[in-house]
Design a protein around this ligand. Structure first.
Ligand SMILES: Cc1cc2nc3c(=O)[nH]c(=O)nc-3n(C[C@H](O)[C@H](O)[C@H](O)COP(=O)(O)OP(=O)(O)OC[C@H]3O[C@@H](n4cnc5c(N)ncnc54)[C@H](O)[C@@H]3O)c2cc1C
Length: 574
């Protein structure tokens, strides 16, 4: 790698420069500070947290301290077999082993040695492919408890927001007990009083602070990581974009950054960690990276618009290579486009509704194409196959009773009004199946056949087409009150409703090739000295599959941790 010309612009010295302030970057910064290194985090946006602050905040860390304390039946060997089965030919044993041995160490170190990072178990989350060797139905995914945003003090307003459509009136709601209270609000006095108290506290927050202070999910994770990094003395420069890496004597030793209008040279004695969040908004790279990277239908990414692949470009300019053998480079989820509210369109990820009984997904041809409760990647893969040469899209269909019970997409359950969604065209309605089909442009005859068969199956509790509701995780995410199958109910109470589904995504899974120390590799598979990548800037270790809830944040936190450990000259591979 050629040396970079020495320049006379203003200079800032540190041991480790971290580019990006999401989970990977903040994990690297915390670890560096725990090891006594001088670190600097630069973030190009005006607010920190990246995708992490929008996320569910779940991290896949097999054999974590909480699972061990609870006596969960699991081993690192089983988790390794699961990663191998998911990754197939792209399995990288050394990386997987480094991840599995350092994941629990990262969680324990952060949990016990930082001011704000705390983990809790989330047993409702399973490995996504239960039939694969080594899979577990619970115990591997951890998350963080809600966080009091006031503890961020003056920096609360610097924290990136969650996706507004995933909040309720701006309140961040933790899945599980809290969400159940919101759903049962009009059926149970305890839930009603819980919701009233939450709304009251939220109104007070808005009056006093202008925003909510009760942070949950990924927003709480980003806040907890940042609070801890700040308390450890890690500086975070906002509005500072890394523009180019600096190389001296074949080693990456800093970067030039644009801090507002000023260009600054950062000298980083031990190296640079790329944690800039992958390339969800780089359409060109997405279509180049894999056949499914861009489906010709536009990019419907839930990641922040600033995640445009800067980290990958910075590395490539100094010889770094991306993994080009991935069959799929995107973490997919069906989304719907929310329009017509007098503000820019937003995307809503369909994760909750399609698990519930009484929802059916069909293509324009009127046929089902997937087990509606399938994980996002499998759902979209099936949608692509079913659409053949048509635009990749589908429709989620339900009836009146189900819509009012669970909502659908951005449409909230009763008593929330439907009128606005019908007027904007987001929600389509028909008094009969045929009328709904006409509204959506679906083959009416085929839709009638599909729903007739689905209703027969639902009544019998057996999905004869796609075996929905046959795995324990699916049944858990259904509705236990629905019998005989918690995932199946008829679509029979008119009127009927539909929302259009598009191929959306949470993040990219392709990225820079890295080794077990998080070092970026060149074309000869040799590490580029002083250059690390973590989070979505590095290639996923699951071969382009969606392995489990938390399968991007787990590695992001762990390889951020590993990068800083290695930079501090500790061999952590064994
Ligand atoms: C709605 C939603 C829910 C999700 N839920 C989960 C979940 O529960 N579990 C899970 O594992 N994953 C989840 N994900 C995916 C997960 O959020 C991401 O994979 C993860 O946050 C990526 O972390 P990161 O540190 O790599 O990047 P990010 O958190 O995106 O941080 C990257 C940061 O780098 C900054 N940056 C970019 N370029 C530059 C530059 N040139 N200079 C300086 N800064 C730069 C960006 O502005 C950004 O702030 C979810 C995603 C979404 C959208």
């Amino acid at each position: 790698v050629a040396d970079t010309a020495v320049s006379d612009i203003p200079r800032h010295d540190c041991d480790l420069l971290v580019i990006g302030s999401g989970a990977a970057g903040l994990a690297a910064a915390i670890t560096a500070r725990l090891l006594g290194l001088e670190v600097l985090v630069v973030e190009k946006e005006m607010r920190f947290g990246g995708s992490t602050a929008r996320s569910g905040g779940m991290a896949w860390v097999p054999c974590n301290l909480l699972a061990v304390a609870a006596g969960v039946d699991d081993t690192l060997d089983a988790a390794l077999r699961y990663i191998e089965a998911e990754a197939g030919p792209l399995f990288h044993r050394a990386r997987a082993e480094a991840y599995l041995t350092n994941g629990p160490a990262m969680a324990k170190t952060f949990h016990e040695n930082t001011s704000a990072v705390r983990f809790v178990r989330t047993d409702a989350v399973s490995d996504n492919h239960q039939h694969l060797p080594g899979a577990r139905a619970s115990g591997r995914t951890i998350t963080v408890p809600p966080f009091d945003g006031r503890l961020l003090k003056g920096r609360l307003r610097d924290l990136a927001s969650p996706l507004p459509d995933l909040t309720f009136l701006g309140m961040q709601i933790q899945p599980g007990r809290e969400l159940t209270h919101f759903f049962n609000c009009f059926n149970s006095f305890a839930s009603f009083s819980f919701v009233v108290k939450r709304i009251g506290a939220h109104v007070l927050d808005i009056l006093r602070y202008g925003c909510t202070t009760r942070l949950a999910n990924g927003n709480a994770l980003a806040a907890r990581l940042a609070r801890s990094a700040f308390d450890l003395g890690a500086p975070l420069w906002l509005n500072t974009r890394a523009a180019a890496l600096t190389v001296q004597a074949g080693r990456v030793c800093g970067a030039t950054v644009d801090r507002g209008q000023e260009r600054v040279m950062i000298a980083a004695r031990l190296g640079v960690v790329l944690a800039a969040g992958g390339f969800p908004h780089d359409t060109e790279r997405r279509s180049r990276a894999s056949p499914m990277g861009s489906l010709g239908a536009g990019v419907y990414s839930l990641a922040p618009p600033g995640n445009v692949g800067d980290g990958l470009r910075l590395a490539e300019a100094v010889g770094g290579c991306t993994e080009d053998r991935m069959p799929n480079t995107v973490s997919w989820t069906p989304v719907s486009k929310v329009t017509g509210r007098g503000r820019p369109d937003t995307l809503f990820p369909h994760g909750f509704d399609r698990n519930k009984p009484g929802f059916v997904a069909v293509t324009r041809h009127g046929a089902r194409f997937v087990n509606e409760a399938a994980v996002g990647n499998d759902f979209i893969r099936a949608m692509v196959q079913a659409c053949l040469t048509d635009p990749v899209e589908g429709f989620l269909i339900t009836d009146h009773a189900t819509l009012r019970r669970y909502g659908m997409g951005i449409v909230r359950p009763a008593p929330a009004p439907l009128r606005g969604h019908l007027r904007s065209g987001y929600l389509l309605r028909g008094r009969t199946y045929a009328e709904l089909a006409q509204q959506c442009g679906i083959d009416a005859h085929r839709l009638q056949q599909t729903l007739a068969r689905f209703n027969r199956d639902a009544a019998a509790g057996v999905d004869t087409e796609f075996a929905r509701g046959t795995t324990e995780p699916e049944r858990r995410n259904g509705d236990p009150k629905c019998r005989p199958n918690p995932c199946l109910a008829t679509v029979a109470s008119a009127p009927f409703y539909a929302v259009k589904l598009l191929p959306g995504d949470f993040s990219t899974l392709g990225g820079l090739r890295t080794d077990e120390h998080a070092r970026v590799l060149d074309a000869e598979d040799q590490p580029i000295l002083g250059l690390y990548a973590a989070g979505n800037d590095s290639v996923s270790m699951f071969g382009g599959n969606s392995a489990a809830g938390g399968a991007t944040l787990g590695p992001a936190l762990t390889f951020g941790y590993i990068a800083a450990l290695h930079a501090a000259r500790l061999d952590v591979s064994r």
